[in-house]
Ligand binder design. Sequence first.
Ligand SMILES: Cc1ncc(COP(=O)(O)O)c(C=O)c1O
Length: 393
Amino acid sequence: MRAHIKDLIAKRESDLPKTEFEEIMRIAHEDKSVISLGPGEPDFDTPANIRNAAKRALDKGMTHYTPVKGLRDLREEIAKKLRKQNGIGCDPDTEIIITNGSSEALFIASMVLIEPGDKVVVPNPGYVNYIPLTDLMEGKPVPMRLSHEDNFDIDIDSLKKKIDDKTHVMILNYPSNPTGRVIKRKRLEEVADLVMEHNLMVFSDEAYEAFTYGKNKHISLASLNGMHGRVATFHTFSKTYSMAGFRIGYCVAPEDVLKAMSRVRLYSSISSPAFCQMAAIEALQGQQKEVERMKREYERRGKMLHRRLTGMGDWFKCEEPEGAFYMFPNIEAFGMSSTKVAHEMLKKAKVLTVPGTEFGEYGEGYVRMSYATSYEKIQEAMDRIEIWLKGLK
Ligand SMILES: Cc1ncc(COP(=O)(O)O)c(C=O)c1O
């Protein structure tokens, strides 16, 4: 007999990994003097043309369900974008699904592709969702260690050793949250060879595709030879167009996978809000200069953050950003765990960062700093850290 409500909660929830994140965010929320370098979402307003398209759609009565895969017009626009920007050719009727953020697409793809007991290769350090997502499907997350010495790139030889006949899915994320690194073409080609050799399915999470800096370019794995039938690619409007609250993302995947995802989706959220999908059409069809502006501003902030951190002596070790809007400095010089460093920085310098271990055990020795916050606030955060460090010497 399960007498307490608590005992009624399924084990799959209680087994989820514990996180410090909620507690850190609570402190930051309550203490208004804290500067947060925590957020994983753009600080820019959604461009006006996109907001206006949502308002017009509401006024036209677009407040009903849409087809499970999303509005045909939006899928068509997405297919054009995929062809032009990602080099991925696809059929908008059978290979695209529009979801509530890419989070939902990742969730339902996991539902249909991960069997209990399956091994899932996940980047470590990597985005916080991948391990719990695999756990929820009763799969076994297998860490793909990304080391600072390798510029947090994939080590193909050690990856090979992780793959056996229980491995069906591998998750990639580039530009990466939390490391801010991109994967170069040559490495992607090596990954593609492995995928073919072992008949893997890849989840290619490209949430930050629009934000690469300097000579770094985003290349979609699915655009490489032979990869079309082996990759589910996840994109989102949340980051590129600063539309996180609209909850619109999409997945392009082989027809059979997409069909299965649509069936599961019918029993969860059914469809994404129609007026948000109309806003997404405007995002793709309308001016793109705001995306350019946001990208330039992230780059400016990222460079400054790097300059300031590396200008503080040996405390922080990091390189110039390649993509996304995160810096992932090594903080081993503090001689404390990453959780302790993040807590001390929060308490003493009033600057919020996320401990590297939130992104997997190989994130120990690092903290994540987001530069999706204003240039001035980042400068002020760096001033505060400098003052705190003077007191530590
Ligand atoms: C790597 C990565 N993937 C996916 C997402 C999910 O974004 P959304 O559900 O808003 O599309 C995020 C959000 O922070 C992310 O960092």
